[in-house]
Design a protein around this ligand. Structure first.
Ligand SMILES: CC(C)(COP(=O)(O)OP(=O)(O)OC[C@H]1O[C@@H](n2cnc3c(N)ncnc32)[C@H](O)[C@@H]1OP(=O)(O)O)[C@@H](O)C(=O)NCCC(=O)NCCSC(=O)CCS(=O)O
Ligand SMILES: Cc1cc2nc3c(=O)[nH]c(=O)nc-3n(C[C@H](O)[C@H](O)[C@H](O)COP(=O)(O)OP(=O)(O)OC[C@H]3O[C@@H](n4cnc5c(N)ncnc54)[C@H](O)[C@@H]3O)c2cc1C
Length: 407
């Protein structure tokens, strides 16, 4: 463990590991096979106080930090990536945005949902606005004391099982003038009632990995969201997208931690197997080719963990965008490499669905895509390293120059 832990954090990590080993590990293969959301694990997490651990004590949580959350998430993801992701969304991402930016009523609503076992969903991506998320077309038009939302989100993690949703949409006044991109909170308590209100769950993606948690469409058809459920960061509508994305850095750190946890789990299996399995009359751990593979895995895991902890500890109140992006790029690419090498070390056994290695390879694959692709995050890193705006649209630099000339 690169950063020293307080006695309380040591206990927290031990509590998460105990639960992971006793409850989560034995169910991980079945969660993958059945593709069913692990409600039993959620109940166990909730009883152990690990759902909403970062929620301030005044709202019923433990008031933990993102670093604490990373300790919990790594332990869970080490045995089950799906459960690790649930812990991310119950402690980082949307819930942290609400607990920092929300009104009193919004905080109470969100805290109550998570502390009763909900994993909120964050709804940003649209079919025509993935990496280019700021080009989203889901519209929220003011009508009286509410906004009416229309649009289609896809690849929404937890759609169909989550209650609380943070929906990003482009907001307009009733006269059509644009306000900016904002966050809208919707609680899907009763699926039928939600559908009648205009919040519909569409197709579920047949995903490669992390199959125990759905990624589905969210279709909004004249969904009325009261103005009191608009999540308003301090900078107002014009800064809405930037400040909501700033909060989203916590989830990037969380996603990086799930990738790390999956890879750490695969590494430990490979290390132990290398000492047991014999070929040519000796343990395969005696072959230098494998020793160096294990050494490289250990180097990469340690570096990934350091980057994640550094990013988590930078939170003020959210993790630094550069550190979060760096942590996610490195951990996600490390996870792909380490899980593949761990499988390789097992030979044919690793390729069999009887062992968890092939699941770990599939589960690790998403993290260079979801939460900002490795390519887009590299552009964000480059922009911050260079201290330059790096517009990605074809006429981006020309537009920026024209704006400067007009000023
Ligand atoms: C940000 C992008 C969508 C690119 O869009 P633009 O080129 O229009 O935007 P920028 O000019 O780069 O940014 C506008 C404004 O926002 C600020 N910003 C952007 N990102 C961040 C951030 N992470 N932290 C802090 N601030 C941020 C930026 O600095 C600008 O502010 P100023 O005007 O300069 O003051 C694109 O780069 C991008 O991030 N695409 C990825 C979209 C994404 O991550 N989607 C995630 C969906 S949820 C998910 O996948 C869950 C998976 S999992 O389970 O975790
Ligand atoms: C498992 C999973 C869970 C997800 N969960 C959620 C969720 O809960 N909520 C949510 O809102 N979204 C979610 N997403 C969506 C995710 O955020 C998007 O998939 C991601 O932002 C990329 O968008 P895209 O898939 O449309 O790819 P595209 O943006 O179409 O990208 C296609 C390719 O082009 C590259 N590319 C695009 N632009 C650039 C550029 N400027 N420079 C260099 N390369 C570029 C990309 O890196 C990628 O390789 C999830 C995705 C996955 C896989």
């Amino acid at each position: 463990m690169p950063f020293s832990l307080s006695p309380e954090q040591e206990r927290l990590r031990a509590r998460a590991r105990e639960l992971a080993e006793a409850v989560v590990r034995p169910r991980a293969a079945e969660v993958d096979r059945s593709e069913a959301y692990p409600w039993d694990n959620v109940r166990a997490l909730n009883e152990a106080g690990l759902m909403g651990y970062t929620i301030p004590q005044a709202y019923g949580g433990a008031g933990g930090s993102f670093f604490d959350a990373a300790l919990i998430v790594e332990e869970l993801a080490r045995v089950c990536g799906v459960t690790g992701r649930i812990a991310v969304e119950a402690n980082m991402g949307a819930i942290s945005a609400v607990m920092h930016y929300g009104s009193e009523a919004q905080k109470r609503l969100a805290a109550a949902a998570v502390l009763s076992g909900d994993k909120p969903a964050i709804c940003i991506t649209e079919p025509e606005a993935g990496s280019a998320a700021s080009e989203m077309t889901t519209a929220a038009v003011r009508r009286g004391d509410a906004f009416v939302l229309n649009g289609r989100k896809h690849w929404i993690t937890g759609a169909g099982v989550s209650r609380l949703h943070l929906i990003f949409a482009r907001a307009f006044e009733a006269d059509g003038s644009e306000l900016g991109i904002g966050g809208f909170l919707f609680l899907r308590d009763d699926p039928e009632a939600a559908e009648a209100q205009g919040f519909r769950i569409g197709r579920r993606e047949p995903a490669m990995g992390l199959r125990g948690i759905p990624e589905s469409e969210v279709i909004l058809e004249d969904l009325e969201v009261p103005a009191a459920m608009v999540l308003q960061p301090p900078g107002g509508w014009r800064r809405g997208f930037a400040e909501l994305m700033n909060a989203y850095n916590s989830q990037r750190v969380g996603a990086a931690t799930v990738a790390l946890g999956i890879a750490q789990g695969a590494f430990e299996l490979a290390r132990d197997f290398a000492k047991e399995r014999e070929q040519f009359g000796r343990p395969i751990a005696e072959f230098q080719g494998l020793q160096w593979m294990l050494a490289d895995m250990a180097v990469q895991l340690n570096a990934a963990r350091l980057g994640i902890h550094d990013a988590a500890l930078s939170a003020a109140p959210f993790p630094d965008p550069l550190l979060a992006a760096q942590a996610k790029v490195f951990a996600s690419e490390t996870a792909i490499k380490v899980t593949n090498d761990a499988l390789q070390l097992f030979g044919a056994r690793g390729y069999s669905r009887n062992l968890p290695l092939e699941r770990m390879v599939r589960d690790a694959r998403m993290f260079t895509i979801g939460g900002g692709t490795a390519q887009v995050l590299r552009t964000q890193i480059a922009g911050r390293v260079l201290g330059m705006k790096l517009p990605q649209g074809r006429d981006g630099y020309a537009k920026a120059a024209a704006t400067r000339a007009a000023e």
